[in-house]
Design a protein around this ligand. Sequence first.
Ligand code: GLC
Ligand code: CA
Length: 564
Amino acid sequence: MQDRAEQLGDKVVYQIYVRSFNDSNGDGIGDLKGITQRLDYLKSLGVDYLWITPFFTSPQNDNGYDVANYREVEPMFGTMEDFDELSREARARGIGLMLDMVFNHTSTSHEWFQKALAGDSKYLAYYKFADAAPDATAENPGEPPTNWISKFGGNAWEYVPSLNKWYLHLFDVSQADLNWDNPEVRAELVDVIKFWKAKGVSGFRFDVVNLISKPEVLENDYEGDGRRFYTDGPHIHEYLQELVREGGIDGMVTVGEMSSTSIDNCIRYSAPRYHELSQTFSFHHLKVDYLNGNKWALQEPDIKALRNLLRDWQEQMTAGGGWNALFWSNHDQPRPNSRFGDCSTEECWRRSSELLPTCTHLMRGTPYIYQGEELGMTNPDFTSIDQYRDVESLNYYKILQDEGKTPEEAFHIVCERSRDDGRTPVQWDGTLNAGFTTGTPWIGIPQNHVTINAKAEVADPDSVWAYFHHLICLRKATPVVQKGGVHFLDAISDKVIAYERTVEDAAKGPSRLVVLCNFSGESQAALTEETVAGGSAFVSNCDDFKFEDGKLVLGPWAAVALAW
Ligand code: GLC
Ligand code: CA
């Protein structure tokens, strides 16, 4: 049995959202050649793998998560030659590529769905179709098969008059859910894996993969939006094991995006003995600012809840042999410094931008850096709904008003919660369009690119970029970070997250670390002096921590790790 810490303990992954990373041809959209041009930058940061979001043929209703052909490159992102060049150049620098497999659904433009629409029974069986009432019409289709709600708003079923059937779409109406109970579908997807594996990629990220197994009986959900019926569904582990075995990817670096999942399931998804994936993304810790679990209702982040979630996932995944992907951000999330920190002054911005990675990079698991996070990029300063592009944001801007919010209130919520907050172009330099494109960028660029940008930060030893670089180097050099056990400590203040890492056989470096992070804008008491007696500073985002009345007190947004 391979131990995940041996396999992955010293690795760091960097996520590239292609459309917003770097534009090589001036059409305002990032592309594969644009990534190749920036490989030296990524190499100097020190990352091991690049997770590249979908660049396959797609109508782009969900920016590529609506795939129309899994084996072709979408022309707006380049050509297969561009991909091969990227792959070669990355390998030459010791960087592996992880491709994003969107296997829960295809675009309705996919050939399979088009054949289904034409009535071909083979392909009807590729999707989740359900019969409508015999007297259903386009004007009056009747009740959908269930009351499940799409993740992007509205009912999750769409009526097709020409077939007198409904199809399931857990996401956009143009993203039809595949029928994984059909062995032919599973075989098709295995072939897709083999195709990209043969091209020499290092691994895969699987999009919302814990939603693929739907229940046999479709029933209304009177308690929620339907997710409890299809999340971690009845055959999920069997289907994943088959995909991994038949695709020949056991032991590769693979990560599953697990929506609303449980620790027990994630242990099965990621512990080596189950032969499924090598790590999991879970999202509970990114819902601590959702009022009553509702993404579109705002509340201040509940740091105590955050701390308890991180504790449970760290400690219990470790006990079960599972492995966590460690992250605050991705292309679906607002920028974490704007969200959990304070970007209103330069010093608060810098501390917040460094506090967050201090907290995750020293945990047990694999840290993910989402493009621009290493620069401290923030949410944009958009002032009008016209500046937003994302289908989910635009849907909810309407839905919130239908629910009685004023346009101003709805706009404010969208600003805080939009996926576009994390999708503005990478700020490469301080020039017009931030060095991202010579044309007109597909989405606006925050004003703060004048100071927050790669060119300035790579040259500055005290920058947020330099701090990320340092954290990566520390992981690579330090066994206790790579493979130590993890145990959460009870901090004196609820605003402080505190944990300890220990390892018995540290060949080098410390055998014990205590990590302390103040998630607030005020000084907070972290631990008693005796708990941390004899520890020396291992890494910190500022020197604003000291002993007062027998306690270690951290200044605003301070993060420090002590070592023994
Ligand atoms: C995942 C992706 C997201 C996409 C959704 C549907 O959550 O990260 O961007 O919209 O799946 O494919
Ligand atoms: Ca381009």
